[in-house]
Design a binder for this molecule. Structure first.
Ligand SMILES: Cc1cc2nc3c(=O)[nH]c(=O)nc-3n(C[C@H](O)[C@H](O)[C@H](O)COP(=O)(O)OP(=O)(O)OC[C@H]3O[C@@H](n4cnc5c(N)ncnc54)[C@H](O)[C@@H]3O)c2cc1C
Length: 436
């Protein structure tokens, strides 16, 4: 009874731990039959992405129920229902507590280890897999997987050997941050086995763009804005009533464009368009007031603080640097509030509530925290993570066509899908052994 797990990341280590535990706990048909879970990892260290995650603090999950996690994955969220039922965020937290990693919840709902050390999360997960009986082979890149002769098992090829396994769990991640070992190796293998690939694209990635007047804003951080992506209607089509996605939180102007959690959260929707000019990124700097309320505020200010310069007055809504730039670009910088013509008030309200930020690209896979696209969810059974096309093949984690927001959602997905894959791979192997 042998199971291979390919990739010692969040999904792979979880899958290996659970599979090894289950194989150890279940009586086999022959007491002497070896029960092995082998984890192949190309890096010299396991869990490299865990180590670098969350600014080396590892935001391991989010303080919400399964529904909150599903929401963060958009259309893919439904696929996670059974995986999250099997291992919800509360149980991820409980598991890490039991492994000696207490956690803390931030006001945003992000959950980190109390130590703020990603290393503790990685060590706990690796230790869990190894103590459960999994063997982790580091610096052992897998080169390919093919079905065994006569449809028996799956053969895993490395530079040293070809080994046959009763089941294989592919958890090699996507192709973002390739320096971590995630170079999209699994896509070719799975396509070769008949799986469909939704074209991988960068997500949770900083956006490239901006206009000349924004150059001076580089480095400016805003704590509370709403970033929205709007579909740009084609000729003769109606303007959408709602944005494709809105996210509220932090935002950062950079020398190349835009970053920070909200810009990164909406980036996946932007990269899903064929061209960047098919969608529009807008920022709302005053999410708690409506445009009408803001217009009334301008009228009040005109009456009550007419002598005040426009740029100074709008620091009520915008940081000073941005207030000055916006006043300048709307042609209001030389004016006092009393001198502000109605047309410029409209332009100021628009700039505060619905500023369009031109986006021309992204920083690419090199700087993307996750990969959107991947193995089509239609071809994987969400109850087990088993391939619907290849017997005894399981697929979990980021290699699937799943990408969630910033906030611990992606690790939660990797843990839950890895958990399900490990559980069912072990059960399938056990059942097959009992039948022989
Ligand atoms: C900078 C950064 C920060 C992040 N911070 C967070 C965060 O705080 N919270 C959060 O939820 N998510 C975060 N993420 C996203 C998160 O890291 C991933 O979604 C998650 O690691 C996916 O887990 P996985 O197990 O599917 O894949 P991975 O963790 O990517 O693991 C895949 C493993 O497979 C190995 N591998 C690849 N090819 C082969 C091969 N041919 N043979 C053998 N092994 C192979 C890789 O070396 C890697 O170790 C962050 C990502 C980045 C890049």
């Amino acid at each position: 009874m042998r199971i291979a797990v390919i990739g010692a990341g969040a999904a792979g280590l979880m899958a290996a731990a659970v599979a090894a535990q289950r194989l150890a706990a279940i009586p086999g048909s022959s007491g002497d039959a070896p029960r092995q879970v082998i984890v192949f990892e190309k890096n010299r260290k396991a869990g490299v992405k865990i180590l670098m995650s969350g600014g080396t603090r590892c935001n391991l999950t989010h303080d919400c129920g399964p529904a909150g996690i599903m929401e963060a994955f958009g259309k893919g969220g439904q696929f996670l229902r059974q995986a999250l039922a099997a291992l919800p965020p509360s149980q991820v937290v409980a598991l890490f507590h039991s492994l000696g990693v207490p956690t803390q919840i931030e006001v945003t709902g992000k959950i980190f280890p109390s130590s703020n050390r990603a290393l503790d999360v990685r060590d706990a997960l690796l230790g869990y897999a190894e103590r459960s009986g999994a063997e982790v082979r580091l610096a052992t890149p897998v080169r390919g997987i093919v079905p065994g002769a006569g449809g028996e098992g799956i053969v895993v090829s490395t530079d040293e050997a070809q080994e046959k396994f009763d089941a294989v769990i592919v958890t090699v991640g996507g192709k973002s941050w390739p320096g971590c070992g995630t170079t999209g190796d699994g896509y070719g293998w799975l396509r070769g086995l008949g799986h469909t690939l939704v074209p991988p694209r960068p997500a949770l990635v900083p956006l490239v763009g901006g206009e000349a007047w924004m150059n001076g804003l580089s480095g400016l951080t805003l704590d509370d804005v709403t970033a929205s992506v709007w579909a740009v209607p084609g000729e003769g089509m109606k303007r959408p009533k709602k944005p494709s996605l809105s996210r509220r939180g932090g935002f950062l102007f950079t020398h190349f464009g835009f970053s920070g959690p909200t810009a990164m959260d909406v980036s996946g929707v932007m990269t899903s368009a064929e061209r960047f000019d098919q969608c529009r990124l807008s920022l709302d700097f005053a999410p708690d007031v409506t445009p009408d309320q803001l217009t009334r505020w301008f009228e009040e200010q005109r009456r009550e603080s007419g002598a005040r310069r426009v740029a100074a007055a709008v620091t009520r809504w915008l940081p000073k640097r941005l207030a000055e730039s916006v006043a300048e670009v709307t042609g209001s910088d030389q004016r006092t509030m009393a001198e502000l013509p109605r047309a410029q008030t409209v332009a100021m309200v628009e700039a505060i509530k619905n500023l369009t930020l031109p986006v021309t690209g992204t920083r690419g896979f090199d700087k993307a925290e996750v990969t959107a696209g991947g193995v089509s969810l239609k071809e994987v059974d969400p109850r087990t993570m088993r391939s619907r096309l290849v017997p005894r093949l399981y697929i979990a984690g980021e290699i699937l066509d799943l990408d969630g927001w910033i906030g611990g959602y992606n690790f939660q997905s990797a843990f839950s899908t890895g958990f399900l894959a490990g559980t069912h791979a072990a059960d399938q192997v056990r059942e097959a052994a009992c039948l022989t």
